[in-house]
Ligand binder design. Structure first.
Ligand code: SF4
Ligand code: SF4
Length: 569
């Protein structure tokens, strides 16, 4: 079947899918009715009645899984955008997807632009450069982070088990959404002052066997497996609404970092095991800045000590770095280099994604990209108030009651297997246009990176819902908790609802994020197709499957984010 013929079928399929989604998400219905709680507050997007919502959190049942699974899907929903706004943005997203396809055709007819020019070296900027070069800068970041981490653990272990607990507010409404943006904006810089890694460093200074890292750890599979397990448990146990579970999650990751630090050299946990930094580290390939040596010939000739490698806790050798995904931007190598030969340069967003070519034959990173797309989709879907109905229908079909078993089947299918099959199909179709195209594995290793911005965009847009929809509750919640812990009742906030961002504005912001992801996918796909060199008349046919998938995934997500969604708080 030709690609052109396929695109006609695809268009009709997309139209049917959109129609079904329209019905499923209830856009044609009256404005969303809250799943639980106060209807008036819901309509204004301001329902923060913790007692009504969360005090029924039954932890004994949670440990058994069933009741908690119910609870995970039972939190209240907030306002939804108005139908005209939704339809305007759906049409806009369709227009942008079509426009990008048209633009790709034009771009691939032109000669490839000249290679990227070296960006600005941030370390040369006055004041900022000086601050970044100073080791004290990291300490400046680590001290407050450690204080917040301690507060999360103590509040989670000892505080009231409701969603007003600082462990929930700070971990799941502030940190989790915010950390995703840091990977996109400044790469893996969070990892340089993450409390888990820092406590591992402290333990390693006290005692460590400093064994070499075994080869079996040096791949993405461990990180991917832990990431899937973590996200699976987060939904199944409602970790994002369970302060005690959140505290133990933080303690567990810290213990893991410490255990590996006392056995192995350097930051083995951060580099090869951490489920958060590992998979999200791929997000940092979209970052607009990266470490790079100024003059490679200096490294080859005039430098005998290679101090940059000695000092790097992440096993990186800056002259050989091909991307920033495994670099925490701690800048220890910059401080160690005797030739001042390392720069922190700006670059185009997604430059690493466009240029990186894996030397490994493993499908670990392609599988991680697929999992990001699947898990972001599923974790958004389970927070929709319509999820219970879909789950019940699927359960009827499979003869399974809604609960952990059914969710696990859905999780493995939708979160891991289906996206990998789809990415394989669309990557293979793209690669088929190359002269030397061969093998599904090579296709996935070449083109899977194109799809990463889509997963990142949905992940970020979903978390906009929590950060901007619930973020206003953080400060009053912290003051309330402080009043309880200290007995200073004057700190307790008055009983007024915290304002949230208006649903229309929030939705527009989410759609803009999805469009940005689509645009980045377009740029990465065009660059990769160009580099793999199908003949000009075939280049457009190579990029088309990727852009069709990207457009469909994005429009589907626009629909999904317009539906009523539960809050964590
Ligand atoms: S220490 Fe500096 S000059 Fe030497 S290899 Fe590393 S980056 Fe190059
Ligand atoms: S390469 Fe440099 S900045 Fe990156 S992790 Fe290693 S020491 Fe830190």
């Amino acid at each position: 079947m030709s690609i052109n013929g396929g695109s006609g079928c695809f268009g009709r399929g997309l139209a049917v899918a959109l129609f079904l989604l329209y019905g499923a998400t209830g856009f044609g219905a009256p404005p969303a009715q809250p799943a639980h709680g106060d209807a008036a507050a819901q309509a204004s997007g301001m329902d923060h009645d913790h007692d009504a919502m969360d005090m029924d959190h039954d932890h004994e049942a949670m440990e058994m899984g069933e009741a908690d699974h119910e609870h995970a899907h039972g939190a209240h929903a907030h306002g939804v955008p108005a139908a005209p706004v939704v339809w305007s943005l759906v049409l806009a997203s369709l227009a942008i997807a079509g426009g990008l396809i048209w633009s790709a055709r034009a771009a691939l007819r032109r000669n490839a632009p000249a290679g990227p020019t070296a960006g600005t070296n941030i370390l040369d900027l006055p004041v900022i450069g000086m601050a970044l070069r100073s080791r004290r800068f990291l300490a400046f970041l680590i001290v407050p982070t450690m204080a917040v981490f301690l507060l999360i653990v103590l509040a989670g272990l000892r505080g009231e088990q409701d969603t007003g607990n600082p462990a929930i507010l700070l971990t799941w409404i502030l940190w989790w959404p915010a950390v995703i943006f840091t990977f996109f904006l400044v790469g893996r810089v969070w990892c340089s002052f993450c409390p888990f890694g820092y406590l591992g460093d402290v333990a390693q200074k006290i005692f460590s066997l400093r064994l070499r890292v075994p080869g079996i750890l040096k791949n993405m599979w461990w990180r991917l497996g832990l990431f899937l397990a973590l996200t699976w448990l987060t939904t199944l146990w409602a970790l994002d609404r369970w302060p005690l579970g959140t505290a133990w999650l933080g303690l567990g990751l810290t213990l893991g970092a410490i255990a590996l630090a006392v056995v192995f050299e350097k930051r083995t946990f951060c580099r090869y095991v951490c489920p958060v930094g590992g998979v999200f580290g791929l997000y940092s390939m979209t970052a607009p800045l990266r470490l790079a040596v100024k003059d490679p010939s200096v490294c080859r000739g005039a430098c005998s000590g290679k101090d940059c490698f000695e000092k790097c806790a992440w096993f990186q050798f800056p002259p050989a770095m091909e991307r920033g995904a495994e670099c925490s931007l701690c800048l220890d190598c910059v401080r160690a280099c005797p030739k001042d030969n390392i720069a922190l340069r700006t670059q185009a967003s997604g430059a690493d994604l466009a240029s990186f070519q894996s030397h490994s034959k493993s499908l670990d990173e392609a599988s991680a990209v697929a999992a990001v797309l699947g898990v972001a989709l599923l974790q958004t879907a389970v927070m929709l108030t319509g999820w219970r109905g879909w789950e019940a229908k699927l359960g009827n079909w499979l003869h399974l009651a809604p609960g952990p078993t059914l969710y696990t089947i859905v999780y493995i299918g939708v979160g891991a297997i289906l996206p990998l099959l789809l990415l394989g199909l669309f990557s293979y179709t793209s690669q088929a246009q190359e002269e030397a195209g061969s093998g599904l594995g090579r296709a996935l290793r070449t083109y899977a990176y194109c799809f990463l911005p889509l997963g990142l965009a949905l992940h970020a847009a979903h978390n906009f819902h929590h950060l901007f929809g619930e973020g206003a509750a953080i400060w009053p919640g912290l003051k309330k908790a402080l009043a309880q812990y200290t007995g200073w009742t004057s700190l307790a906030p008055p009983q007024v609802a915290a304002a949230s961002v208006a649903p229309n504005l929030l939705f527009a912001l989410q759609c803009a994020t999805l469009m940005a992801g689509l645009y980045l996918t377009y740029r990465v796909a065009v660059a990769r197709v160009r580099r793999n060199g199908p003949r000009p008349e075939r280049a457009f046919r190579a990029v088309l499957p990727i852009l069709l998938f990207a457009g469909a995934y994005t429009v589907m997500n626009v629909f999904m984010l317009a539906a009523p969604m539960a809050h964590r708080h």
